[in-house]
Design a protein around this ligand. Sequence first.
Ligand code: ATP
Ligand code: MG
Length: 669
Amino acid sequence: MSRLNPRQQEAVTYVGGPLLVLAGAGSGKTSVITRKIAYLIQHCGIQARHIVAMTFTNKAAREMKERVGSLLRGAEGKGLTVSTFHNLGLNIIRREHARLGYKPGFSIFDEGDIKTLVADIMQKEYAGDDGADQVIQQIGAWKNDLILPDQALSRARNPREQNAAIVYLHYQRTLKAYNAVDFDDLILLPVKLFESQPEVLEKWQQRIRYLLVDEYQDTNASQYLLVKLLVGIRHQFTVVGDDDQSIYAWRGARPENLMQLKSDYPSLKVVMLEQNYRSTSRILRCANVLIANNPHVFDKQLWSEMGHGDEIRVIRCRNEEAEAERVAMEILTLHLKTGRPYSDFAILYRGNYQSRLMEMKLQHHQIPYRLSGGTSFFARQEVKDLMSYFRLLVNPDDDNAFLRVINVPRREIGSATLEKLGQHAGERNLSLYEAAGDPALADHLDGRYCERLVRFVRWMDGVRRQCAQNDPIAALRSMVMDIDYENWLRQNASSDKVADVRMGNVWFLVEALKNTLERDEDGGMTIEEAIGKLVLRDMLERQQEEEEGAEGVQMLTLHASKGLEFPHVFIIGVEEEILPHRSSIEADTIEEERRLAYVGITRARQNLALTFAARRKQYGEIIDCAPSRFLAELPQDDLIWEGQEDAPVEAKAARGKSALADIRAMLKR
Ligand code: ATP
Ligand code: MG
């Protein structure tokens, strides 16, 4: 407790009522949460199993768990829940699935599954012009606002929404028939359950005596309600947030939720923190001056005693190649000169696609790195194949999974057979898997085709039995051998090396499942749950487990960097149309982009460099790029501009005080 400042202490020790800690970046909000968990356990007699702390990413949850762990002794922390909203939702659904009308082993659909499903429904039921992506986004928005299909239909204000609502209706029905949920359902279903069955809610309220939420500014309507329901009339909770770091409006986040608290809980206590313990004054000033361009509901001050620090460097590069090279060389040089470990460096960017070139350069210079995001492990074909087998194993109603695996590897089951199967399933209201094993199928289908389907079902049933009986991991391993997946990979890969890598991923997946099972503290986790957890982890942050714990330069998107801190930070592609993103310029949502830049800048502890390219290749064409308008908004006295030598005259003048006008002039061109 001694290291906390008086305001932080106040926030930690206030347990009698609802509390909001509202403060800027690096002021110790997350620290308050971790310290408070320890305080609740050690000084308030609340058992760890009655405490739930929520964060936004799995990475943040892991870090928080570690931090709390170091503050606790022995078994004090047993049963503590530190999880993401979605993980908590998943746990609730798992325990209450019967009340929700789901069978155990339900599938969680990922983006790819959803897209296939929606495209399929649209083909049959859709009359509008929108693409699947737009409809999916609309459905997501409804779900985040807790609007069910029939409500969406009755509220639709135009044909566009009407059409989307019809898809939504079919989509939701199909999901249910598949015994599957999507990402948004993980919050929506618990909320709807709690609203309709107070006795279930009460049970959960009894379990959760104290609730803490980090990054509260990014909760959406359904998450807000979930928190509200769970705290019930007890009103004992702590939420911390920073409205300037709200960067998920596109996913339905409502920074107004911070305001809403005051009216929902009139006794709400608000603690503001003003001292930043993370960054040098220069970095902090940059962040403060930049964000001052946004309108503010709350006025926050932020100061630091971390010293003045070095200037912030703004580096202009010839093109994106030179930019990546420059960043790689700087890191290499600093690492060699100062002996700083590579993990002290972070490269942040607006979009995942920006990481590719950077990755190549780092590889070229043999600089180790960790990539959070990028091509997802779970987006790979072989991983998707195997996951589909796993899913079908635990959830025979998952028609998507069935269709994915039925001919991988080839089983000579043609599209005509599958069509007949689909018909039969539709008529009898069976899943494809059930239909495949249904004797009555023989009325529609030639004997030898039936036999192939039956053979598949019998085999799968056998694997399922084995999984249930003894060592599920061993059963899965022999399943992989049974289908001779390796051979299938070799036939379809461009080279042996590629096939090796893919097969490695397959075994890695089985290993990951094994680890998930072993890591479970309570020991009661089933293989179904472990599989569900795997899918979820990927959907949340798309992080490869193999890279966890590795030493290396951290590469991540600005979104993924929230809550983290690094001694050296490079933000690349600080250009118009990238940061701010083109779509935000078009939609006039620059403020959210500015917050994103604010998040990026405030990740840096000692050194910050912002880079941009004068030209870059886009869709095969070389285009001129303009430096981001945010650069012109920074306090120019704190910046050093580099790489202007071969720049046009306007850009050269963009130093010191005149930079603003010059950059504006450049932007206009
Ligand atoms: P963000 O808004 O980026 O999530 P935050 O408000 O959650 O930031 P923390 O991550 O909790 O801030 O803290 C930032 C840094 O300051 C951490 O390294 C933390 O250990 C340190 N810190 C927090 N409080 C104190 C304190 N009272 N004394 C010294 N260091 C502190
Ligand atoms: Mg934090």
